[in-house]
Design a protein around this ligand. Sequence first.
Ligand SMILES: O=C(O)CCC(=O)C(=O)O
Length: 254
Amino acid sequence: MNFLQKNFVYRTLPFDEFVKRTSEEKHADFFLCEHESYYLRSLGEDVRKEPADLWKQFPELAEDFHIPHFFEPGQFFSSVFRISSCRLQLWTHYDHQTFQVMDNLLAQVTGRKRVVLYSPQDALHLYLTGDKSEVLEIDSPDVNSYPEFVKAVRYECVLEPGDLLFIPALWFHNTLALQFGVGVNMFWRQLPADSYDKKDPYGNKDPVAASRALQTLERALRCLDELAPEYRDFYGRRMIQRIRERTFCNCQSS
Ligand SMILES: O=C(O)CCC(=O)C(=O)O
């Protein structure tokens, strides 16, 4: 799935029909083509306001779902039920399905899934648009269009049924279902509750202070637009140096 070019459509199906189609390779009934793939990511009752919660939307299933004690109940943000067709690949994200602003525990219930992770310190090598990487073919990237991508360190694992993967906040991840699979993931907050955007049912909006900083940066860039190109270049470089000095935890990976 490519979120930047939206090569997918949203459709509604009865749950049993959805599971049937998701678990088969070729479909007698389909929306677009007989080999189409399916993906469910559960949502809250009011999708704009409420985060997904397995205990509210699927209480019978939730009774069977137990995880070790990783966080305090007050830190809980959401639990997302996920079902995917074999071979479905989700774009690299930090949750907006590529990078996430909350800690995440991904539980694989059935089926095998490959997960590739990239550190937040490799953000500059991932060609980001918002929280998503433009590099879709992570196994055979187009090195002419994305020359920096090869510098990003790739961490890879295969989740088997019953495995739990801890994906720390801000870590990029790309998932590839190796079989029809069912999973649940739990997001929880590690910053104080008021650091997060209150209108964020997906748990993927930038923390409030980060989004203020990004808006301020946009304003600063508009100021630089008033300058001649060589001045803009010079002051842009000075700003980058300042940002590096003040913010990077580890300048070696930059
Ligand atoms: O397992 C998947 O299909 C995607 C998982 C994911 O993106 C997440 O846990 O944030």
